[in-house]
Design a protein around this ligand. Structure first.
Ligand SMILES: Nc1ncnc2c1ncn2[C@@H]1O[C@H](COP(=O)(O)OP(=O)(O)O)[C@@H](O)[C@H]1O
Ligand SMILES: [Mg+2]
Length: 298
């Protein structure tokens, strides 16, 4: 009698890991934390500069004299306790803080050397795109969510055009880049609101990517998601950093360790420490950083 055959059904094709690039450093530090194996980015280039930035709501300065580089080819993670000013700093990078009445800023933020307050705000927000904590797809089809972002972009003439082959290809491409295409390709007319939370968040990332941003801002993008969707998005973030500069706010230190190349630790509006992910997590130079990260890894 032959042994029973056990079938393991995979949701998706097994992922074939690329060969490790020469010079890639060991990915499992001494204390055994695991990090996805990844080749170093081929090209690292500074895109934004945050220089001596202060941000206030009314009289209350909640970001104090922060300076940081934002580089393409890298993921920058902003970490720190709730209320430390991470979201405020992130939102200032595409001038969303100025939407809040009474908000004030001093210091300089530039994109490719140009002060962002001198750029036209809609053009800036196309170049520096934001994904929020709660997935917020538009109440329309999957296809239209992405097509909307495309037709609004000047590259497609800023005109609403449905279902041209060119637009269809661009929608599929954005969905592919966000790691969602295979799951939704069979029915792009389905309402986006019927997707799972993890799929909705990847759709929001696809929508953000459709406008071909140069910088992608993610504010706790996985906090409402299950571990499998989180893993999918983390893998995506690491892949995207080749072509888009990424800044992610996360309260999940393990996540920061998994995805970030550089980490900025904020406390009560101040930047306490900035360094490579390995340095900040394994050899923090500040006592406050040590106290904060030791909670995550024990
Ligand atoms: N719209 C707002 N109006 C007034 N104060 C705010 C507003 N948003 C945030 N704050 C305050 O600014 C500080 C920093 O908040 P935030 O940037 O959201 O921190 P984090 O993202 O690190 O939790 C907090 O003290 C918060 O209460
Ligand atoms: Mg926040």
């Amino acid at each position: 009698m032959p042994p029973p055959v056990r079938r393991i059904t995979l949701e998706r094709e097994p992922y074939v890991a690329p060969p490790r690039a020469a010079g890639a450093t060991a990915q499992a530090p001494a204390n055994g934390r695991l990090r996805a194996v990844r080749a170093p980015s081929t090209q690292v280039r500074q895109r934004m500069a945050i220089e001596g930035v202060w941000l206030a709501y009314g009289e209350n300065w909640v970001v104090r004299d922060v300076s940081l580089p934002v580089r393409q080819g890298e993921v920058l993670a902003l970490i720190g306790a709730s209320g430390s000013g991470k979201t405020t700093l992130l939102r200032s990078l595409n001038r969303l803080t100025e939407v809040t009445a009474g908000a004030a800023r001093s210091g300089r933020v530039s994109l490719d050397g140009e002060e962002i307050h001198e750029l036209e705000v809609n053009a800036l927000r196309r170049r520096v795109s934001m994904v929020f904590q709660q997935p917020n797809p538009f109440p329309m089809s999957i296809y239209d969510n992405v097509a909307y972002a495309l037709v609004e972009s000047p590259r497609h003439g800023g005109r609403r055009r449905r279902r041209t082959p060119e637009l269809e290809l661009a929608v599929a491409d954005a969905l592919r880049r966000a790691g969602l295409y295979d799951e939704v390709a069979s029915d792009l007319e389905r309402s986006a609101l019927r997707l799972s939370g993890g799929q909705q968040q990847r759709l929001c990332i696809a929508r953000a990517l459709a406008a071909e941003p140069e910088v992608l801002l993610l504010d706790e993008p996985c906090s409402a998601l299950d571990p499998i969707s989180t893993a999918t998005i983390e893998k995506l973030i690491v892949e995207l950093r080749e072509t888009v500069a990424i800044v992610i706010v996360t309260h999940n230190l393990q996540q920061a360790f998994r995805v970030a190349d550089h980490v900025a630790f904020m406390h009560l509006g101040e930047l306490v420490e900035y360094g490579s992910s390995e340095q900040v997590f394994d050899r923090p130079s500040q006592q406050r950083t040590r106290d904060y990260v030791s909670g995550a890894f024990g």
